[in-house]
Design a protein around this ligand. Structure first.
Ligand code: IPE
Ligand code: IPE
Ligand code: MG
Ligand code: MG
Ligand code: MG
Length: 290
């Protein structure tokens, strides 16, 4: 798994470096690159490529769409660490972007990474129909705004130190993390001009994968350590974050995550033997320690 992820990370970073190099220079490029290239597993791109393999989508297009996703992901982490959000000083084993460059620069570098995603998807490098481009941009915007990352992050902060129901915690985790995975799962179908119904089905699968990913992240916060995880752990409890662990306890949360994997795999087996790629990625997501 590590080798496959490393290859995706290399190809994605190479594309992004070339894309940025072709643009005019600006002072924000250094903090943007810091947020983009200082490690990162590229798991969203891996999911995109796994789903792409079910529909025989060419690798190059997937790397370009994945690069846009990774820009939005990197922006969300820069902002997530800000003092007004989770107030975290270490990310991927290094000082967070606002520690290194200052708060206002981190906010603006984050904004610029968010919009870079739309530049990438609308660029001529991505050799797909105009309709597919518009659909991709529409969906990725939806995943990032008030019904996606931003809305979920708002709830995450608003729920601190409150008693929140399981249903609401799950809704919040799906918004802040799941929606971008929904996009990763729907994008290959958009590239294949599939119908609305099938796209919706894959968005649902993506939401479950994203939920699994966030639950695993919460498990790492609960039992992991700074050196391996590359970020401070034990913070969710201190900050009174509403998580499934705070509601169900550690063991039942692991059970919940395993059931999610069963559910996701069940929905995918009919897509043939290539669905094994995704099954392996799901196991990696739950059993990783960073
Ligand atoms: C961390 O995401 C934040 C969450 C949405 C849980 P990742 O664990 O994918 O972060 P990197 O990119 O690999 O550092
Ligand atoms: C972040 O969740 C979700 C985002 C959309 C960025 P966390 O706050 O749990 O992520 P970490 O643990 O700081 O990486
Ligand atoms: Mg957070
Ligand atoms: Mg955080
Ligand atoms: Mg976390």
């Amino acid at each position: 798994m590590r080798e496959k992820l490393n290859k995706i990370a290399r190809d994605t970073n190479l594309f992004l470096k070339k894309f940025i190099k072709k643009q005019k220079k600006s002072e924000l490029i250094t903090p943007m690159k810091y947020g983009l290239f200082s490690g990162g597993k590229k798991i969203r791109s891996k999911i995109l490529i796994d789903i792409g393999s079910l529909f025989k989508i060419d690798y190059k297009s997937l790397i370009i769409v994945g690069s846009a996703i990774e820009c939005i992901h990197a922006y969300s982490l820069i902002h997530d660490d800000l003092p007004c959000m989770d107030n975290d000083t270490i990310r991927r084993g290094k000082p967070s972007t606002h520690i290194k460059f200052g708060e206002s620069t981190a906010v603006l570098a984050g904004n610029s990474l968010l919009t870079l995603a739309f530049e990438i998807l609308s660029h001529k490098n991505l050799n797909i129909s105009e309709k597919a481009k518009i659909d991709l941009i529409g969906k990725i915007s939806h995943s990032s705004g008030h019904l996606g990352i931003a809305g979920g992050q708002f709830l995450d902060l608003n729920y601190e130190h409150k008693k929140i129901s399981k249903k609401k915690v799950i809704e919040m985790e799906i918004k802040k993390t799941g929606k971008l995975f929904s996009f990763a799962c729907a994008a290959p179908l958009i590239l294949k001009s599939k119908g609305k119904k099938e796209i919706k089905k894959f968005e649902k699968i993506g939401a479950d994968i994203g939920l699994l990913f966030q639950v695993a992240d919460d498990l790492i916060d609960h039992k992991g350590n700074l050196i391996i995880a590359g970020k401070k752990t034990g913070k969710d409890k201190k900050k009174g974050k509403a998580t499934l662990i705070s509601l169900l306890g550690y063991k039942n949360t692991v059970k919940y995550a395993n059931n999610l994997i069963l559910k996701i795999n069940k929905n995918l087996t009919k897509y043939g033997s290539n669905s094994k790629n995704l099954a392996k990625t799901l196991d990696y997501i739950l059993y990783r320690n960073k």
